[in-house]
Design a protein around this ligand. Structure first.
Ligand SMILES: Nc1ncnc2c1ncn2[C@@H]1O[C@H](COP(=O)(O)OP(=O)(O)OP(=O)(O)O)[C@@H](O)[C@H]1O
Ligand SMILES: [Mg+2]
Length: 431
């Protein structure tokens, strides 16, 4: 075809320019699209009402929607409807809305978006208002899934907490050792003071000076008792449980107990025959008995009646009040007094370490805490019943064990060898 002769050449130029401009515009749009498409971050735009106008594939994938499903939806209600803790997030309080309303870029490192399926994921985001002729006409939101970072942070925090806990435990352990060592030395010194004071006292006639020495003796006895309690409480050394007969331990201690208790307190011991064996650390069992007896004595300053008794008990599953939490066979040690009793409001506190109702200097409040720790370490249980003005009964339940035979030094016949040999100790292995 012939060129249109009637058309001025300027129009052709214009048309060519237009085509070029169109081409570069299309190029620009394609470029923008590919930027949006390739971006690893989720990106979406909203209009001034907060409706989604465009969304890149990463955003749609992260949010669990198809891109075309999201366009036109209100952004806040669709992906930001609840806070990280799951409580509703009113749009009026939403930081993104505020950022657009105030025409300010807003960045957050700690927020959450909600997927189509109702699950949540943590995000960091930047929200930038789109401004046209001085007015906010929408916004662009660029966000990133920070699940991995959050998890790493959580793991780090947990690690730090554990480290702190270990450090605390180590500190307590060291403190316990230190207290143990100091009190041990202190005890030895007190024993020296007590002995020499007793020698002096023995040489003195009754009078004001002997009274003073008596005061010294009394104070050293209290101090010795106190350090003993601390030693017991801080002691972390391995216990050495052995199979024993509770009666033997109680009868062994009887003489010592009678010496500790003032004459105004009548002591009776009622042991029942053929107790089941129990497995305990004897030193700890003695501490248990001693602490309960001392408490009973303290509750009867005017005198009274202290009874120690032992008995086999079977706790059936339909257990009553004051009975162990697990059914089974137990050997029960009962320490009963006719003393002051424990006021109901104090009853739940008596096992607390350092709880004492006694005057300053008369009690550390570690007695029953130590008793309970020892009893529980032996697999037992402690209970009490107390009537103010009438007295208190403490029951210690220790699990009965089947009589165990200590094989260490027992001659056994090894079949097939025709000879006898010492049975191997458990840690000697089979070789
Ligand atoms: N048999 C009892 N009768 C009355 N109250 C008791 C009896 N046993 C314990 N209590 C009460 O429980 C509290 C705690 O007893 P616990 O043995 O732990 O400490 P403490 O006797 O005060 O001091 P510590 O034994 O360390 O010298 C006592 O102060 C007392 O109030
Ligand atoms: Mg006590």
């Amino acid at each position: 075809m012939e060129p249109d002769r009637g058309r001025p050449s300027g129009i052709d130029d214009l048309a060519a320019q237009l085509a070029k401009a169109e081409e570069s515009l299309a190029h620009l749009v394609r470029l923008q699209e590919s930027i949006l498409e390739c971006a690893g971050e989720g990106i979406y735009g909203t209009d001034s009402d907060g409706r989604i106008t465009f969304v890149n594939p990463a955003a749609a994938a992260l949010l669990g929607w198809q891109p075309e499903e999201l366009v036109g939806r209100p952004a806040h209600e669709t992906v930001h409807h609840s806070r990280s803790d799951g409580t509703p997030y009113p749009p009026a309080e939403c930081a993104i809305h505020r950022s657009l309303a105030l025409n300010r870029v807003y960045h957050s490192e700690d927020d959450s978006f909600w997927r189509k399926d109702g699950t949540r994921f943590p995000i960091s985001f930047t929200c930038t208002p789109i401004v046209d002729e001085g007015e906010v006409v929408g916004g662009v939101l660029v966000f990133r899934d920070i699940t991995e970072r959050k998890e790493a942070q959580r793991a780090q925090k947990l690690k730090e907490q554990l480290e702190l806990q270990v450090a605390h435990m180590q500190k307590m352990e060291t403190l316990g050792q230190l207290v143990g060592e100091i009190t041990h030395d202190l005890n030895n010194l007190l024993a020296v003071i007590q002995n020499y004071a007793a020698f002096v006292r023995a040489d003195l006639p009754e009078g004001p000076i002997s009274n003073d020495i008596d005061q010294v003796l009394r104070a050293t006895r209290r101090a010795a008792a106190l350090t003993r309690q601390l030693v017991m409480f801080s002691r972390r050394e391995a216990v050495a449980p052995r199979v024993v007969d509770l009666n033997e331990v109680v009868l062994d201690m009887e003489k010592l107990l009678r010496r500790t208790i003032p004459a105004a307190v009548r002591v009776s011991t009622q042991v029942s025959a053929s107790l089941w064996p129990i497995k305990v650390d004897i030193g700890q069992l003695e501490q248990v008995i001693m602490n309960l007896v001392l408490n009973a004595k303290d509750a009867m300053p005017e005198g009274g009646h202290l009874t120690l008794s032992t008995e086999n008990v079977v706790v059936d599953p339909l257990r009553g009040r004051n009975e162990p939490p697990v059914p089974g066979r137990f050997v029960r040690l009962r320490v009963s007094d006719t003393g002051s009793g424990i006021p109901p409001e104090l009853q739940r506190r008596v096992f607390e370490p350092f709880f004492t109702s006694k005057a300053r200097g008369n009690g550390t409040g570690l007695g029953l805490a130590t008793v309970r720790a020892h009893v529980e370490r032996a697999g037992g249980y402690i209970a009490f019943d107390s009537v103010p003005g009438r007295g208190t009964t403490f029951d210690v339940y220790l699990p009965a064990v089947h009589a165990e035979v200590d094989l260490t030094d027992v001659e056994v016949i090894v079949p097939g060898r025709g000879g006898s040999r010492r049975a191997p100790a458990p840690d000697e292995g089979a070789s």
